[in-house]
Design a protein around this ligand. Structure first.
Ligand code: FES
Length: 173
């Protein structure tokens, strides 16, 4: 029997496993056929990467750049522009709350407070200790007449009030 013990690599030094290999690369190749060139498929490529990894690290941004022929800086510029892309791990339920002025005037801040309390996330951008929830504020979600709108993952929920928050959170537990 060997005495050699497996020593885990220090955090951050593990060997990087590419996202775009095998079936995932085949999926991306199919997407390329719908665009005039590879670079134009940046948004769906990032979306696939995020679905595979849960978030998009700097190393994954670099990989996306390599596959599409873009610089890491260009890819990062796009990732940081859109709130739908995560630059760090988030909870299983990712909640976006519109707090732009019209919704704010209708009580969006109170909805945010209720969400942070009910989910256990505690503060904006943090993940609840059970790993289930991350809540962030976002700009106008395009439903200004239905304050306060929120998104839970890909579900759009209008007219949220602090009183409705507990029931919404229960639904996603
Ligand atoms: S300002 Fe909140 S949805 Fe437009």
């Amino acid at each position: 029997m060997s005495d050699v013990k497996h020593v885990p690599a220090p955090p951050g030094t593990e060997e990087y496993q590419p996202v775009f290999a095998g079936k995932v690369m085949a999926e991306l190749e199919t997407i390329f056929t719908r665009y005039p060139n590879r670079q134009a498929a940046l948004l769906p490529a990032l979306w696939i990467a995020q679905q595979e990894r849960g978030w998009i690290s700097d190393r994954t941004m670099a990989e996306v750049g390599e596959v599409l022929g873009l610089t890491p800086a260009y890819v990062k510029g796009v990732v940081t522009f859109y709130t739908m892309y995560h630059q760090h791990p988030v909870g299983r339920n990712f909640v976006q709350v519109c707090t732009t002025s019209p919704c704010n005037l209708c009580g969006a801040e109170e909805v945010v407070k209720a969400l942070l309390k009910e989910t256990g996330a505690g503060e904006l951008g943090a993940t609840s200790p059970d790993g289930k929830w991350t809540v962030i504020e976002v700009e106008c979600l395009g439903a200004c007449g239905f304050a306060t709108p929120i998104m839970v993952n890909e579900d759009f929920i209008e007219s949220v009030t602090p009183e409705k928050v507990a029931e919404i959170v229960r639904k996603y537990k």
